[in-house]
Structures are given as structure tokens and as C-alpha cells.
Write a protein that binds this ligand. Structure first.
Ligand code: PEP
Ligand code: MN
Length: 338
């Protein structure tokens, strides 16, 4: 940590700050320039609250130079983490496609969509049985019945299953059907839930919270990793900004930022990222170009009558168009589609 002092800081201020740093257990290196003093505080304290220094008289700025997350950080694990999920590798050279409806609605719906996306290159079937809806009056999902249908459809067409678990008390049930547990944006900082997920050995895809910084999102990943579950996949799904032209603002820059800070794979979800069907394909292309390890999109056989997120769901033919385009983009950056 670097502590930059104010130009008018007195010698007494400097000594007090050094004492406080020592009391917190840091070694201190002092550099005194012509106008300003800078203190280097050496010591790894991931939970140190820099405001405790910022408050002191004479302190101008405090900069952390190590990240507060450890297991998620690239310095802890310099190589990319590659998770082999029943033969499908996430985080390697190949970009994995995940597709399916927002919600599982019926046997005919999930089988029709699964058949289509499998035939056109998806490796994972997405879809929710338990849905986190903003309104209690909206469709809440088919529950376990839906998960049973989804598992059957996925098995029939050789797909893996990614589906949301909304609560600690559902983990065991959802694990019976899922290959990857999806943690929704609204649960990203449900810390008791994250701790329970840490005890699971099923891979987890952690969606970014609607108003979460990248550091907060990685700290949430740290909760799961520190509980012992090593297979955490990050998912950028758009954040809330002042912009109203799209449902969310898809933060494409989060993809290379996470890759620089962390070894964990990154999935991009442009469906929730922009929330408007005709913007989904351009954002998916951009995400592949930016280095996403997987793309998750909502696809529906009859989006106009979907029970949730129809307006952002691709028509099946649009998924094919997307596949054709992302194959070219992946190749341009030395990757390929799994
Ligand atoms: C979903 O994937 O359908 C979903 C509800 O996602 P999010 O948690 O990102 O809103
Ligand atoms: Mn959705």
C-alpha cells in the first residue's frame, strides 16, 4: 500500500501515521521528496480498510497495490483456469456456446429449443426452473418439474445443463439436474448463500450484480473459492447505468479486466446485457472479440409468447446466424468455437 501525504503534513503527522501503520502490522518505508512524503506500507492484509488511514491528518491519498481477493487473483494462479465439465472445457482455447430459453415452460418448448441449439453448435442448454422475477405476480418458473424436463431434453441432444439456484435450501435439489449452478445477479452478494455454494463441488457460474464493481464481483467469487469450490466461472450480464436505451449496459470491458485480474473463465450474457433482441448478436460478437470464454444467449421457439424475457430471446434462426459469425470472430483471435 502506498500512502501519499499532503504537502503541508507536519513531521508530527508523519510520525503519527507511521506509528498507526506499525500498529496495524505494516513495515514502513519512508521516501521524503522536496515537497512531499510518500510511505510504502509493506504487508499483506486483504481485509485492511484504507479509510482508517485516509481519516488521519496529513494523509492525501492511499493506494492499494495488492488486490483484496487472493484465490481468485491471477497472481495466486498465473495460468488460466480451465474447467473440464463432463468433457466440455471452459477457459481454454475454445469458446463454449450456451443457449436456451429464459424459463423452462413445457416439454414441447424445451425439447424443441434443445434440439435446435444442439444441432447448431451449443454445448450447454440454459433455462430456469426457479426464476428470480422482479414481480411476485410474474411467472416464477416450473420448479423441479421444469428441471426434470430440461435434464431429459439436454441428455437427449447431448447437451450439458446450466440452471439457476436461488437459495441455499435448493442447492441439493438443483444439483441433481445441473452440470453448472447459475447464481443470479440479484444474489451476487448473498454471502450466506455464497458460503453454502463453497461447500458444493458442482461448478458455479456467478453473475455480476446489477450495481457491482468488478472488485466486489471478484470478492463474491472469493467467498465460493475460499469455501473449497474451485470451479467458479464469472458471468458479465450487464450493469445498471444512467442509460435507458437498453435494459442494462453490457460491460464488454469487464471481460479483459477480469482476465487480467483473475485466472477464472468469463462468460458473457448479452441477452440480459442489453435486453433487446436485435442488439444481442452485435454484443455477442463483441464479447467473443473481447475474449469471452463462453457466450450464453436466450433462444426461444416462440419468443412472442415466452413466459419471460421474450423480447431479448433470439429466434432459432438468429442463433444460427450468431453461430456463423462467432466462428469467424473466434478464428480471427486464434480461438475456435467448441
Ligand atoms: C437469467 O439468466 O434468466 C437471469 C434471471 O439472469 P440474471 O440473474 O442475470 O438477471
Ligand atoms: Mn432471462
Amino acid at each position: 500500500m502506498v500512502v501519499v501525504l499532503e504537502q503541508h503534513a507536519t513531521e508530527q503527522d508523519v510520525e503519527r501515521i507511521i506509528k498507526v501503520l506499525h500498529d496495524f502490522g505494516f513495515d514502513v518505508h519512508r521516501s521524503t521528496g522536496i515537497n512531499q512524503t510518500v510511505l510504502g506500507a509493506i504487508g499483506v492484509k486483504p481485509d485492511f480498510d484504507t479509510r482508517q488511514l485516509e481519516l488521519l491528518p496529513g494523509v492525501a491519498h492511499v493506494y492499494r497495490i495488492t488486490d483484496p481477493f487472493k484465490l481468485a487473483s491471477r497472481s495466486f494462479h498465473p495460468e488460466n483456469s480451465v474447467f473440464d465439465i463432463k468433457g466440455v472445457k471452459i477457459g481454454g482455447k475454445e469458446v463454449v456456446m450456451m443457449a436456451g430459453p429464459c424459463s423452462i415452460e413445457s416439454e414441447a418448448q424445451i425439447f424443441t429449443i434443445a434440439k435446435h441449439v444442439a444441432a447448431h453448435g451449443a454445448k450447454f442448454l440454459r433455462g430456469g426452473g426457479f426464476k428470480p422475477r422482479s414481480s411476485p405476480y410474474s411467472f416464477q418458473g416450473m420448479g423441479e418439474e421444469g428441471l426434470k424436463l430440461m435434464r431429459r431434453a439436454a441428455d437427449e441432444f447431448g447437451l450439458l445443463v446450466i440452471t439457476e439456484v436461488m437459495d441455499s435450501n435448493q442447492i441439493e435439489l438443483v444439483e441433481n439436474y445441473a452440470d453448472v449452478l447459475q447464481i443470479g445477479a440479484r444474489n451476487m452478494q448473498n454471502f450466506t448463500f455464497l458460503k453454502e455454494l463453497g461447500k458444493s463441488r458442482t461448478p458455479v457460474m456467478l453473475k455480476r450484480g446489477l450495481a457491482a464493481t468488478i472488485e466486489e464481483w471478484l470478492m463474491s467469487a472469493e467467498y465460493i473459492l475460499s469455501g473449497g469450490n474451485k470451479q467458479v466461472i464469472m458471468c458479465e450480464r450487464g450493469i445498471r447505468t444512467f442509460e435507458t436505451a437498453t435494459r442494462n449496459t453490457m460491460d464488454i470491458s469487464a471481460i479483459p479486466v477480469i482476465h487480467a485480474k483473475s485466472h477464472l473463465p468469463v462468460v458473457a450474457d448479452p441477452s440480459h446485457g442489453v435486453g433487446i433482441r436485435d442488439k444481442v448478436i452485435p454484443m455477442a460478437r463483441a464479447a467473443v472479440a473481447a475474449g469471452a470464454d463462453a457466450i450464453m444467449v436466450e433462444v426461444h421457439n416462440d419468443p412472442d409468447h415466452a413466459k419471460s424475457d421474450g423480447a431479448q430471446s433470439l429466434f432459432p434462426e438468429q442463433f444460427d446466424e450468431l453461430m456463423t459469425q462467432v466462428r469467424i470472430i473466434a478464428e480471427a483471435i486464434g480461438r475456435s468455437i467448441a
